[in-house]
Design a binder for this molecule. Structure first.
Ligand code: SF4
Length: 220
């Protein structure tokens, strides 16, 4: 993608997105959850939508999936403080289930409406690598026919002109049906992040921090 150094900054985009009404999702969410992280980050982690905790706190990846992501990044030797973290869709989509608000996957039209913010973040940040966490994020970058299962962990040229790697969303690891399955899924997730770290180093964007011990396990 062609980046525009005269385009809006991340702070300007964040402020503009606070008032976005481009799709109906803002009506039932607490607030816009924009990306966070250093404006000098070389890597952008992209999730799907904010969850219940993220909607309340106004920050991406602060709930259980965020805790798992933190552990996996650490185990892969990636410092989250070196990453810019965001979502493909900036408002929480949910449906009531008793007292709970149950996450719903955004529709294609909602992804399309929200893509301007994601593209704005990429243009403002100029990341060297995008890490797409889950199908919604990957399809926001590669298009609706992209399948994470066919290309996970592979360094790809995205249509935006930025290298990208796709893997699963950490909530998919948490949903594993058994401890053994969650552990297997967690180790595969960490392996994808290790590939992302190696790719980032080859692209000149990673610190040479040693990978952390990969023995701490999955969803606890
Ligand atoms: S989800 Fe995205 S496009 Fe829809 S209202 Fe929120 S910020 Fe705007």
């Amino acid at each position: 993608m062609s980046t525009d150094s005269n385009g809006p900054t991340l702070e300007q985009l964040r402020e503009q997105a606070r008032h976005c009404t481009a799709c109906p999702l803002y009506q039932h969410a607490t607030q816009t959850v924009f990306g966070v992280g250093s404006a000098s980050s070389h890597v952008m982690l992209i999730g799907e939508t904010p969850g219940d905790r993220e909607d309340i706190e106004g920050l991406p990846f602060v709930g259980p999936a965020g805790a798992l992501l933190d552990r996996a990044l650490c185990d892969a030797g990636i410092d989250r403080r070196d990453c810019y973290v965001t979502n493909a869709v900036k408002h929480f989509k949910w449906e009531p289930r008793g007292e709970r608000r149950l996450h719903k996957t955004p529709a294609q039209r909602e992804m399309s409406a929200c893509r301007r913010w994601l593209l704005g973040e990429i243009a403002a940040l100029h990341p060297r690598l995008l890490i797409c966490l889950g199908a919604t994020a990957a399809q926001a970058i590669f298009g609706p026919s992209f399948r994470v299962t066919r290309a996970r962990g592979q360094l790809l040229d995205s249509p935006l002109g930025v290298h990208a790697i796709a893997t699963v969303h950490p909530s998919a690891v948490l949903r594993g049906p058994s401890p053994e399955e969650r552990e297997r899924s967690y180790q595969a997730f960490v392996a994808d992040l290790v590939s992302a770290r190696a790719a980032l180093m080859s692209l000149g964007g990673a610190r040479r921090a040693p990978a952390g011990p990969r023995t701490r396990g999955a969803a606890r």
